[in-house]
Write a protein of this length. Structure first.
Length: 286
């Protein structure tokens, strides 16, 4: 019976059993190298914003045959009258072959790769399952980068995108993060925000090696973020909201926005000298 269940899971197009045990996309070292090469080629984004602006945050749409939640989120995002930007935290698609369908809603192919939009993407484990890293990369370019917001010449906020889709940062990405934060720590940013896919504090083995960072790596990363004075670490992956304060960093796991979720949410952050955030239901989803 157990073998029959395993065989059924293995045949399910939503479950990359090999990828859950051992990544079949290029591993994190190669993805990081390619991401940095791309980011260096297009340059850093310095996004001009007023001192008060809004961030829309969405994650885990798991697009397959339906797309209502993501479509509604994008409509709300584009219709907002306050100056705004968007962070998308990964697991855009659920299985192989759905990037064209998902991007028909986002309209980012050839746009994000030139950094000409205000939707900033990171990849999740489902996005790289089934050897899909280069498909994701075709649409969204890089999974490790930084950008900032500015008001004229004045610095506002720093944003750092990390690739944790494989359940690890890897040594090269961790080194890059440490060097970047050491460089930016005294630059004068009012808030520093790190965003990625994988949560740090919930230990869950349901997704194999992509489930979560190891305890040792979690300890190292939280220490690095605290020492640098990072304000927020924002992620998805768990499909369950969690807000944790640890070492003066606010760790926020945002709810899933998938159509299969009975109560899908997204998050809005109003940025200023103070930061206020709220979770907003996508219901009714159609």
């Amino acid at each position: 019976m157990a073998l029959l269940g395993l065989a059924c899971v293995a045949c399910n197009p939503n479950y990359d059993m090999i990828g859950m045990i051992n990544g079949t996309s290029p591993e994190i070292a190669q993805r990081f190298k390619e991401s940095r090469h791309f980011s260096d080629s297009v340059g850093v984004v310095h996004l001009q914003m007023p001192k008060n602006y809004r961030i829309f945050v969405c994650t885990d749409s798991h697009i397959d045959s339906t797309h209502y939640g993501l479509a509604k989120f994008i409509h709300l995002y584009k219709a907002d009258t306050m100056p705004h930007m968007c962070l998308y935290l990964g697991d855009l698609i659920n299985a192989q072959g759905y990037f064209p369908h998902a991007d028909s809603i986002l309209h980012l192919e050839g746009v994000m790769t030139n950094r000409k939009d205000t939707i900033f993407m990171t990849c999740g484990n489902h996005d790289i399952y089934f050897n899909q890293w280069h498909n994701w990369q075709k649409y969204y370019g890089s999974s490790t980068y930084w950008f900032d917001t500015r008001n004229g010449k004045d610095l506002l906020d720093l944003y750092i995108c990390l690739d944790t889709s494989e359940g690890t940062l890897g040594t090269d990405q961790m080194r890059w993060l440490k060097e970047l934060l050491a460089q930016k720590k005294g630059a004068g940013y009012r808030h520093m925000i790190v965003f990625s896919h994988t949560h740090l504090f919930k230990q869950d083995n349901s997704q194999g090696h992509t489930s979560n960072l190891s305890l040792e790596e979690t300890y190292e990363l939280t220490s690095v973020l605290t020492e640098a004075g990072v304000k927020f670490y924002i992620c998805g992956h768990d499909h369950s909201r969690e807000v944790t304060d640890y070492g003066k960093v606010h760790y926020i796991t945002v709810d899933s926005s998938t159509d299969a979720e009975p109560d899908p949410y997204y998050m809005v952050m109003d940025m200023g000298e103070q930061v206020n955030y709220q979770f907003i239901s996508l219901l009714p989803i159609k």
